[in-house]
Write a protein that binds this ligand. Sequence first.
Ligand code: HEM
Ligand code: HEM
Ligand code: HEM
Length: 415
Amino acid sequence: MQSFALQTIFILALFSLSIAASGLKSLNPCSDDFLQMEAYKEMTRKVNTTKCRVLSTLGAQFAWNYLKTSQNQTQITVLIGTKLIPADIGWLAWGVNPDQPRMVGTRAIIAIKLPNLTMVNTYNITKDVKLGCKLQPSPALDFRVQNMAAGSHAGFFAVFATLILPDQQYNISSLNHVWQIGRSADGSEPNMHWTSLGNFDSKEVLDLRTGSCRNIGHHRQHLRKVHGILNIIGWGTLLPIGVIVARYFKQFPFKLDPCWFYFHYSCQVLGYTLGSIGWGIGLLLGHESKYYTFHRHRLIGICVFGFTTLQMLAFRFKPAREDEYRKHWNVYHHFLGYALLVMIPVNIYKGIKILKPDNRTWKWAYNGILVLLAMVVLALEIYTWAKFLCAKYYKKSNQGSNSRPGNGSRSEKGK
Ligand code: HEM
Ligand code: HEM
Ligand code: HEM
């Protein structure tokens, strides 16, 4: 049984890693529509080393070139574009951060699109913005900005600008740059953006000379997949299967004693092991992403781990069948077990929601698992009641006596 468990863990870990590895992508060049923009053509006319690539989030595409203008200054020209939804209103921001690739401290250029008007301004994003203060234009940044413009082309909304960056604060071989989109603005004050992962991963450290980048979200994306797969298999599939076996195969309608116990025990131990590894990876990911937290997912996740750990204590502290405390233990073990069966899918759906907008496959995969489990439960429940009613009718007509084959008779026997 132990070697079977180890083999299964090994196969599942390989499966998770291979799915994660299949997500590795090379950097994408820009689309033809983007390259047809007048601003891009102008950039390439002036500097023939202009580079362009698709950024990792928000469907953004980014073109840039640079020129050394003096001993301690570099002029960089950038063009960033994405498709806003809805197309007629919203904002697009791009900025550089002298300290870290993060929102607070970013000096940004933000283009706001209103139904009849487009405006572009510079902004200094301080920590007050994160705390809820309005983001207002800051005409003076710690570098000069020229030729700011914004416009639409082939569904793209794009911002163009030239920045004169002091080399001391901004190293063009590792430039922290950040981009973002939002859905609404009050005049020149953009409102808060969405809080999905795409909006939080929209930052990287870019080498303007080679185009290579250290994408903060990239290695994390693979760990997130492993986290999701292990949690869905461990907590979301194996634990419910273990409960189904305890419920329907212990005494009634099927009596598979003591097989049901070994199966329940193995399923829960395997599910707990895989789920705990996934949970640990979740905590690691949460720890790494210091600038944001998914509070509810984290809280429910910690409760799931805590409660399953309590359930696993059955392994050591389960009273013997004849013990007077056994019936209290049964109530507690049943109650916590079924509470977990509610909490786990809630948290799995919360985790899947965090991955928005790339979460459709996850959602359908887990929907499929849930529907399958629900169908098995429904079939077994119908069979249980049919067998119970038949037995009752048979007994009544034969002896006139009455007994319900349910939890009462179940707990008399078995482990
Ligand atoms: C019952 C199952 C699950 C548990 C117990 C769980 C637990 C956790 C925990 C404790 C964190 C750390 C949160 C933080 O500190 O901010 C986390 C993060 C996360 N989880 Fe889950 N999780 C579960 C299922 C899922 C699923 C199914 C997915 C997606 C398919 C998912 C996606 C994520 C993502 C994307 C993060 C954030 C990673 C980051 O900050 O970069 N989780 N999870
Ligand atoms: C319009 C006003 C804005 C507000 C009110 C706002 C608010 C926030 C908040 C509250 C978070 C953290 C969420 C959490 O901790 O759970 C956040 C994260 C983030 N925001 Fe904004 N934001 C604004 C504009 C911007 C702009 C213009 C950019 C890009 C230039 C941006 C880029 C980011 C990034 C990359 C993150 C992820 C965390 C980090 O790396 O710092 N935000 N934002
Ligand atoms: C996360 C881990 C676990 C969960 C979620 C869980 C859940 C459950 C649930 C919901 C039931 C009731 C099924 C029913 O009759 O309707 C049950 C029964 C049972 N479980 Fe677990 N279980 C876990 C781990 C364990 C472990 C590790 C052991 C033993 C070492 C164990 C031993 C039992 C026994 C003996 C019963 C039958 C109780 C009775 O009715 O006499 N469980 N479990």
